[in-house]
Design a protein around this ligand. Structure first.
Ligand SMILES: [Zn+2]
Length: 109
């Protein structure tokens, strides 16, 4: 698969709950959404998409966030920016977001 396809696939999986992040796995365990805490950092936050992209304090996540995610989205993030990032048609943004997700999502087991 081409890098571009892999990036699009990673973003698509992330958008459609096809991941192992706590927000998703907690549902299978019957946990309330508010109880689906991130299991790779100690922030005691719900491990949802917003947390993974913008808030998670796991050192590896922070490293890949800094390496890949465009600064515009990372500095003063918001729900709107989350949506804009995941819906972007900009090939550069897609490649970077995809690279971030492909490195970070495997951390959630
Ligand atoms: Zn976290």
């Amino acid at each position: 698969m081409y890098e571009n396809q892999k990036s699009r696939q990673a973003i698509c999986n992330f958008r459609t709950n096809n991941t192992r992040i706590p927000k998703v796995t907690g549902r299978y365990k019957g946990l309330e959404r508010s109880e689906r805490m991130c299991n790779i950092c100690d922030s005691n936050c719900v491990g949802d998409e917003y947390h993974v992209l913008f808030e998670c304090k796991n050192v590896n996540v922070m490293h890949y966030r800094k390496k890949y995610l465009p600064k515009y989205y990372v500095y003063s993030p918001s729900k709107i920016k989350l949506i804009l990032l995941l819906r972007s048609n900009n090939p550069g943004v897609i490649a970077k977001t995809g690279a971030f997700l492909r490195n970070v999502l495997p951390l959630f087991k």
